[in-house]
Design a protein around this ligand. Structure first.
Ligand SMILES: [Zn+2]
Length: 158
């Protein structure tokens, strides 16, 4: 959705106008080059996320899964994460959530790269969903998923 980002962009100039009208004699503060937010545009788009999922779902042979995608705000994800996945083995349904760029400090290009890597990371988790994983001790699984997803994304020619 674009509305949240637009609101931020519009409100700041209005606040500036309100301050400069009226009869005050204070020294004008130096002009502030105010970057509203590092990424005040809605990124990635739903279409981008959908395409990453389609491409990597095929590459990883996860065709039996029905995978949904959501671009969410930071409060919709566990702390210190930028993506997550929830799956149900019996129904073969999964939902991947990725962070909206408005909540990231990365520049757009870096953010997009990072988000694709996150999508691959979550899909690698999904490719292990049938393994006898220990939900209480996910460190080793996490380590393996990190290495595999980073290697996979790194091998793709762009
Ligand atoms: Zn993970």
């Amino acid at each position: 959705m674009h509305s949240g980002a637009l609101l931020v962009l519009l409100l700041l100039p209005l606040a500036g106008l309100a301050q400069s009208s009226g009869a005050s004699r204070t020294t004008a503060p130096p002009p502030v080059v105010r970057k509203t937010q590092p990424n005040a545009i809605a990124l990635p788009t739903d279409g981008q996320v959908r395409e990453w999922i389609n491409v990597w779902q095929k590459r990883l042979g996860l065709g039996e899964w029905e995978i949904d995608a959501k671009i969410v705000r930071i409060w919709d994800l566990p702390q210190d994460t930028i993506a997550n996945i929830h799956w149900t083995l019996s129904s073969k349904k999964a939902t991947i959530k990725v962070l909206n760029a408005v909540d990231s400090t990365l520049k757009p290009a870096a953010f997009l790269k990072d988000t694709e890597l996150s999508v691959v990371h979550e899909l690698v988790h999904l490719s292990m969903a049938k393994l006898p994983l220990d939900p209480k001790h996910t460190e080793l699984e996490e380590e393996a998923v990190k290495r595999i997803s980073t290697a996979l994304v790194g091998t793709v020619k762009r």
